[in-house]
Structures are given as structure tokens and as C-alpha cells.
Design a protein around this ligand. Structure first.
Ligand code: C2E
Ligand code: MG
Ligand code: MG
Ligand code: MG
Length: 274
């Protein structure tokens, strides 16, 4: 039989898959340790107005693994969502951002800044999330109205009504909501109207496609028009060139973010450009 094991054999052992599972388990174990041992760090990327003045910062988590080096969030956030670690990790991010806000409120240079924190839908779906946010805001003495949560369109794949009700509770605590990576998901206009938003971020893929004479321009104008009609502040992500910045300004965007202004940086480095 062994001789005939050819095209009809099912392979139970796939070394590649085995490697992938090993990697996952290793990352999971070390992510637990990272949370305990403070290997995670928040970097901050500025959001600027049309005069390029920094008006807000987005917190982006970074993991400096002692042996593997820098692991990007695109690699460990999906894993953390899968194994549930996103709940403590996400709470750590919110707490760290709130502590920064409390600290910044004491200094003139930083007192007007707001911080945006990315949320995973798993956090909004978890039972204790509203209470967790309330506890963190209190314990850190976070100044009111300075925290923004960025969520993505994946929220429309779950029980939207349950999530909307949690969002309302959180908004009552003075936290704002932004929809991130807009245009890449499945949300319809009527769905967007249902959720209590303050801001809409146009996904960076649209920004990067801008060639001012093309069809992409129509898409961007349409998104901006819709957002404005809904009373939302419009942010363009992934602005890398002056041409993109000029186009987006003329199209009526309010806020801009991207490498043209600054990469995400540790706060100490960012302080110098504030
Ligand atoms: P995002 O929230 O859409 O963040 C924007 C990503 O684009 C960041 O990548 C940022 O470094 C990058 N970026 C900013 N400006 C430019 C630009 O001009 N050009 C290009 N090519 N890229 C730019 P990063 O930091 O690797 O984060 C990736 C994603 O990981 C984030 O996308 C967010 O969805 C997620 N993430 C990061 N931190 C957290 C967190 O604390 N919690 C959760 N749940 N997700 C997070
Ligand atoms: Mg974001
Ligand atoms: Mg984004
Ligand atoms: Mg993104």
C-alpha cells in the first residue's frame, strides 16, 4: 500500500502547517508574558489639520519581543483576537492611553490633544466592556472628552443592535467613536446611520489611489459628501505625498494622517515635533 500512496492519499502531516501551529502557540505563550512584563509599548501617530497642526494622536501598539524582535500588530492582534488575549491586551492599551491623557492634561503643550485607540470588535462584544471602560476612565482620572475609539466595519458582521447600545453607554462617559478603514468593508449607508459616530476615516487604499483626474476621485468625493451629510468629521489616512494632501484638502477633508506628516513614534520622540 505504501508503494501506491500517491495522488489519492490524504496527508495528515503537513510540516508547514505544523510549523504555523508551533509559531501560533509560541506567540500565544509569549504574548501572555509580554502583557505581564511590559514588553508592549504604545507609539503615537499624529492627526493634523489643513495647516498641518497636530490636533490628535492615534495610539498604535508595538511589541518588542526579546528574541524575535519587533512583531507588527498585523501579526499578533488577529492572534490575540482568536485566543481571547485581546481582552486584557485591549484593556492595557486603553489604560495606557488614559494615563497619558491624564499626564498630558497637566502640560500646556499637550493639554488639548486627544488620543484615538483602536478597538477590536471582540472587545465590544465582551460582556464587561462598558464596565471596564468606566473603571479605567475613573482609575486613571482621564480628562473627559479626550478619548476616541476607532472601530472597523467588521462590527456590522455581528449583532449591531447590541453593539450600538454599548456604544451609547460609552458615549455617555464622554468617549467619541470613529469608523476606521472606511470603504473596505460591507457597511451600507443605512447601517452607518445606525451607529453613533463622530468621525469617519477614509481607508488609506483610497488615498494611495488618488490620481486627481481618475475615477478614484469620484469615490473619495462621494465618501466625503456622505460623511459630511451625516455630520461626521472626515479623516484621510495614509497621506504620503503633497499631491494627495492637496487633493484631499480641496475635496473637503478635515483631518489628515500619514507618513507625509509623521510616522507613528514613541511619545518622547514625538514631543520634539509638538
Ligand atoms: P489602523 O488603525 O488603520 O492604523 C493605520 C496603520 O497604517 C498603522 O499601521 C500605521 O503605522 C500605518 N500608516 C500610517 N500612515 C501611513 C502611511 O502614510 N502609509 C502607509 N503605508 N501606512 C501608514 P500599524 O501600526 O502597523 O497598525 C496596523 C493595524 O493594527 C492598525 O490599523 C489597527 O487596525 C491595528 N492595531 C494597532 N494597534 C492596535 C491596538 O492597540 N488594538 C487593536 N485592536 N488594533 C490595533
Ligand atoms: Mg486606526
Ligand atoms: Mg485605518
Ligand atoms: Mg488598518
Amino acid at each position: 500500500e505504501a508503494k501506491n500512496s500517491g495522488r489519492n492519499t490524504i496527508r495528515f502531516y503537513d510540516p508547514k502547517m505544523q510549523e504555523a501551529i508551533k509559531y501560533k502557540v509560541a506567540i500565544e505563550t509569549s504574548l501572555k508574558r509580554a502583557l505581564k512584563k511590559n514588553e508592549l509599548e504604545l507609539y503615537y501617530q499624529p492627526k493634523v489639520d489643513d495647516a498641518q497642526t497636530i490636533i490628535a494622536l492615534e495610539a498604535l501598539v508595538r511589541w518588542n519581543h526579546p528574541e524575535r524582535g519587533f512583531i507588527p500588530p498585523s501579526e499578533f492582534i488577529p492572534l490575540a483576537e482568536e485566543n481571547g488575549l485581546i481582552i486584557p491586551l485591549g484593556a492595557w492599551v486603553i489604560k495606557t492611553a488614559c494615563l497619558q491623557l491624564a499626564r498630558w492634561s497637566l502640560e500646556e503643550k499637550t493639554s488639548s490633544l486627544t488620543i484615538a485607540v483602536n478597538l477590536s470588535i471582540k472587545q465590544l462584544q465582551s460582556d464587561n466592556f462598558v464596565a471596564t471602560v468606566e473603571r479605567i476612565l475613573k482609575s486613571t482620572k482621564c480628562p473627559k472628552g479626550k478619548l476616541i475609539f476607532e472601530i472597523t466595519e467588521t462590527l456590522f458582521m455581528g449583532d449591531v443592535d447590541a453593539i450600538v447600545s454599548k456604544m451609547r453607554n460609552i458615549k455617555e462617559m464622554g468617549v467619541h467613536f470613529s469608523i476606521d478603514d472606511f470603504g473596505t468593508g460591507y457597511s451600507s449607508l443605512s447601517a452607518i446611520k445606525k451607529i453613533p459616530l463622530d468621525e469617519l476615516k477614509i481607508d488609506q487604499s483610497f488615498t494611495q489611489d488618488i490620481k486627481s483626474t481618475d475615477d478614484e476621485a469620484v469615490i473619495i468625493h462621494t465618501i466625503i459628501g456622505m460623511a459630511k451629510n451625516l455630520g461626521l468629521r472626515v479623516v484621510a489616512e495614509g497621506v504620503e505625498t503633497n499631491a494627495q494632501f492637496e487633493f484631499l484638502k480641496n475635496a473637503g477633508c478635515h483631518v489628515f494622517q500619514g507618513y507625509l506628516f509623521s510616522k507613528p513614534l514613541p511619545f518622547e520622540a514625538l514631543k520634539k515635533i509638538l
